[in-house]
Design a protein around this ligand. Structure first.
Ligand code: DX5
Ligand code: ZN
Length: 221
């Protein structure tokens, strides 16, 4: 499977976002991971659709928008119109609204012609999103609790990655993108890929690296 590296701009200097985008491009990143935090689903607030719209003008790289927000359905319009290529939403935020909310949100994303994905936190069984696998272009297994960059990878999530890949194969979607997010390093990337993930988000690993191009190549290898 093709391995894709998605550097997260969460780890960039927000006053120099254009340089961060250039750095990701020049270093061989496959997409740009945009961490959207609302101060409610997670404590910090980062940015919204306007940031994605402005980044869109700077690059042709796919924009992977990870919505860590309550009521994600209300935000889809803004990110779709801003030029997001993929929008992922959290199972936990959707499930507390209604049993159908996740499905409806994924369908809404698709109605804009944008790819969609469901996300589960480290303490939520991946089985909880199996029923939406047929709708998803990607599933995201959080490998840290969302909210902050620079945390340590939660090793128990490796089993969930394996279960997700096995289920995708079993249900006729062997090429489904399985993304992991949080604490990805050059040291644990091999284990993560062996478990079945093929899209690796990397914030600190890329932006704290002395040689981001080398780090991205090492994560992909
Ligand atoms: C965490 C974010 C991650 C974060 C990853 O809430 O969703 O995308 O930026 O950062 P690192 O790679 O530093 O763990
Ligand atoms: Zn993220």
């Amino acid at each position: 499977m093709q391995i894709k590296i998605a550097p997260s701009i969460l780890a960039a200097d927000f006053s120099k976002m254009a340089s961060a985008v250039k750095l990701i491009q020049a270093s061989g990143g496959d997409m740009i991971h945009c961490d959207v935090m609302d101060g409610s689903f997670v404590e910090p607030i980062t940015f919204g659709g306007q940031m994605v719209k402005d980044i869109r003008r700077l690059t042709k790289l796919p924009l992977d928008c990870h919505l860590m927000t309550e009521h994600p359905k209300t935000q889809i319009k803004f990110f779709a119109e801003a030029g997001a290529d993929i929008i992922t939403v959290h199972y936990e935020a959707c499930n507390k609204i209604s049993v159908n909310y996740l499905k409806e949100t994924l369908q809404l994303i698709k109605s804009y012609g944008v790819k969609c994905g469901a996300v589960v936190n480290p303490d939520v069984p991946v089985e909880n999103i199996f029923e939406v696998f047929p709708l998803c272009d990607m599933v995201l297994i959080m490998t840290v609790f969302p909210g902050y960059g620079g945390q340590k990878f939660v090793p128990e999530t490796l089993e969930k990655i394996k279960k997700a890949r096995a289920y995708a194969i079993k249900t006729g979607k062997p090429d489904l993108d399985i993304e992991v997010d949080g604490g990805v390093t050059e040291e644990n990337a091999a284990l993560i890929k062996q478990a079945g993930a093929n899209v690796l988000v990397a914030g600190s690993a890329v932006f704290r690296s002395k040689d981001p191009a080398k780090t991205i190549a090492a994560l992909r290898r």
